[in-house]
Design a protein around this ligand. Structure first.
Ligand code: PHE
Length: 468
């Protein structure tokens, strides 16, 4: 049997006859997976961690992590999802039963569902910042402002729990509406409109950045490696971010893969998604850093980078109100499609496991996540001194919000990815893998050996170097 991607046109027919609903086409899967991958991670997190970690050398390590760790794991996750054909936890249970493996492997899916739930709780809060900035921008509040004024708009937002709660609630509601409507009517339609819009908006931003006169400076900041600026914790951040930005290590790609028609090439789809995700991050960097340099702003300003520095630039540029509004609309789109994918695995699991209908599962999962989000909101203001694991040196000074970010991106996701690599690389039958992938022999061996050796070693080395 060969599943060449030239046969993808039949995916549409396949979709209509399947009870569970496949993606209507290969393109729809790619749109949705890219929608998941491209999010706050690309536009908010990538620029600020790149700024904090000194630019070029960090970007290079991040690119290596995408190629050597990210793409092989993405293929493995999509493969597990498609082969299992159920929610991540149940796909893993079925696969391990079929291949007579230890039932404990299904916990890889449980870790994933848990990580997605934890990430969404604070992701939604940041999505809320973006939502609120659409309004702030559109109402012209940034125009002609000083750095202090823009900074105080940001700190004013962070210090106001009720406002944060309102935006967090709205963001979570947006996510829940799409998830409740189900894969083909909800996710697919939303992403097929949102993703192309996002690309266009980003290109407009890069176009503006080229006129600032500081484009060359930004290019050398991003692409000229200076290894003296790279630290071992920077390497962990780059690795963790490769997982975060590609939505790996938490079963999202398993959940989406379970809807992928059999005739679509997993390798091509994974490479396409990864290239687009990386492209968006680099475009975001190219859109943001020229503006940062043109205004003498600090690249290492931290998580507030785009919220505190860009509005300042928007306030000074011609038509800045329009560009600023477009930019934050773009950010909301990106965050929304990622948020959808963070909730999907849990909802899919509740539906199957507990026999609940989709609406009820979405309400339960979304509401619980919303409640947890309140802890993140409070840790930005009233609970800013609360550091629950502060007695451990590595968590010193970390608020609930910081902890959730750190535990998910730097620990749970790499751990989930490591387990997937070990399961697929060392335990699943090679024949079964090749049946799903239908790669050339050389291609298969390259992928399999990378997954078996390079990926686990890279993750473990980086992990222990940092824990030690
Ligand atoms: N990849 C998303 C981003 O870059 C975040 C995400 C992580 C989404 C894990 C799903 C799963 O913003």
């Amino acid at each position: 049997m060969s599943y060449s991607s030239s046969a993808t046109a039949t995916g549409a027919q396949e979709g209509t006859v399947t009870k569970r609903g496949f993606w209507s086409s290969r393109l729809a899967f790619i749109l949705a997976a890219t929608g998941s991958a491209v999010g706050l991670g690309n536009i908010w997190k990538f620029p600020y961690i790149t700024g904090e970690n000194g630019g070029g050398a960090f970007v290079l390590v991040y690119l290596i992590c995408i190629a050597a760790v990210g793409i092989p794991i993405m293929m493995a996750e999509v493969l597990i999802g498609r082969r299992g054909g159920h929610s991540p936890v149940n796909s893993l249970r079925l696969i391990t039963q079929r291949d007579k493996l230890h039932p404990l492997w299904k916990w890889v899916g449980v870790i994933g569902v848990l990580a997605g739930f934890l990430i969404l709780s604070f992701y939604s809060v940041i999505g809320g910042w973006a939502l609120s900035y659409v309004g702030t921008s559109a109402s012209g509040q940034f125009s002609g402002q000083t750095a202090e004024a823009v900074g105080s708009i940001f700190s004013g937002l962070l210090s106001d729990p009720m406002t944060l709660l309102t935006w967090h609630t709205l963001f979570m509601a947006l996510v829940m509406v799409v998830v409740a409507r189900g894969v083909s009517s909800g996710l697919e339609r939303a992403t097929s409109i949102l993703m192309p819009g996002l690309f266009v908006l980003l290109l407009i931003m890069v176009g503006y950045a080229m006129t600032t006169g500081h484009f060359g400076e930004a290019v050398s900041f991003l692409f000229q490696p200076d290894f003296s600026k790279l630290t071992t914790s920077g390497v962990l951040v780059a690795l963790g971010h490769a997982f975060f930005t590609l939505s790996l290590g938490m079963a999202v790609m398993m959940a989406y893969g379970s809807y992928l028609p059999k005739n679509v090439s997993i390798a091509k789809a994974s490479v396409t998604v990864s290239v687009m995700d990386t492209g968006v991050a680099l475009l975001a960097g190219l859109a943001i850093f020229p503006v940062v340099f043109a205004n003498g702003l600090e690249p290492g300003a931290g998580p507030g980078l785009i919220f505190q520095t860009l509005p300042l630039a928007f306030g000074q540029m011609p038509m800045g109100g329009l560009f600023g509004t477009l930019f934050f609309v773009l950010l909301v789109f990106a965050a929304w499609t990622s948020g959808i994918s963070l909730l999907e695995p849990l909802v899919e699991w509740l539906e199957e496991q507990k026999g609940m209908n989709r609406t009820i599962s979405t309400l339960i999962a979304g509401f619980t996540c919303w409640v947890l989000g309140i802890a993140s909101i409070l840790s930005l203001n009233l609970w800013s001194d609360v550091t629950p694991l502060g007695m451990f040196a590595m968590f010193e000074g970390k608020t609930i919000f910081d902890l959730l970010d750190y535990l998910t991106a730097n620990i749970l996701l790499p751990l989930g990815g490591l387990l997937v690599a070990v399961l697929v690389g060392w335990f699943m039958s090679k024949q079964a893998l090749q049946n799903e992938l239908s790669l050339s022999e050389g291609g298969f061996r390259l992928w399999h050996n990378t997954l078996k050796f390079i990926t686990p070693i890279a993750v473990l080395v980086v992990f222990f170097y940092n824990l030690a």
